[in-house]
Design a binder for this molecule. Structure first.
Ligand SMILES: [Zn+2]
Length: 200
């Protein structure tokens, strides 16, 4: 409607979660206005930098710009526990609740055979290798309480049979179908403290 470039920018913004056509137009015109240009250029620069430099930690698969990530190399963490979460957003929610001080493993998804996402795609071999090489006493399954999250937790629990590792699941207080990142800190803390042992 205006210019091909402007249309492209609006379309690109529209493709982001939570941004509809109206918001995309507002942002576009705001960035094009004289006083919006510096923040637009800064945004473009940080976006390029972030996307090109952020990678997945080789130990926990969380987003990081240093290897291993700050959580994996933090000596204050309890290194005998690993908490398995689906997304970096879930990890952040748990960190913000202060309910947990151990290590993490981020699946960056869940098992979804129909979409071709199997154990390999979510890093299960990396997780199992950590359990073999590190001294881990407890693995906490903190995947979402959705069908996929539960199936993924069940699969991981089954893989733990050969290991002498306690396997637990956060459950209490987390609503069915609940996605961790949307839970408040109190609910998450409660869910961690009242976690239940899973049969392997
Ligand atoms: Zn890490």
């Amino acid at each position: 409607l205006t210019s091909p470039l402007i249309d492209q920018l609006i379309e690109s913004l529209c493709a982001l979660p939570g941004i509809g056509p109206k918001s995309a137009q507002r942002i576009t015109f705001d960035l094009l206005a004289k006083k919006g240009q510096p923040k637009g250029l800064k945004l473009a620069e940080i976006l390029t930098k972030t996307i090109t430099r952020i990678t997945n930690c080789t130990l926990c698969q969380n987003y990081t710009e240093s290897l291993p990530c700050w959580l994996c190399q933090n000596s204050k963490r309890n290194t005998s526990m690993i908490c398995v979460v689906e997304t970096p957003a879930d990890l952040l929610a748990i960190e913000q609740s202060n309910a947990y001080s151990g290590l993490y493993f981020v699946l960056n998804g869940h098992l979804s055979p129909l979409d071709g996402i199997g154990p390999q795609e979510i890093g299960i071999p990396i997780l199992l290798n950590r359990l073999k090489t590190e001294t881990i006493h407890e693995l906490i399954l903190a995947t979402n309480l959705t069908m996929e999250g539960k199936a993924t937790a069940g699969y991981i629990a089954n893989q733990l049979t050969p290991f002498n590792i306690k396997c637990t699941r956060i459950a209490h207080g987390v609503p069915m179908g609940g996605e961790l990142e949307y839970l408040d800190s109190g609910t998450l803390t409660h869910a961690f403290h009242s976690r239940i042992t899973v049969e392997k």
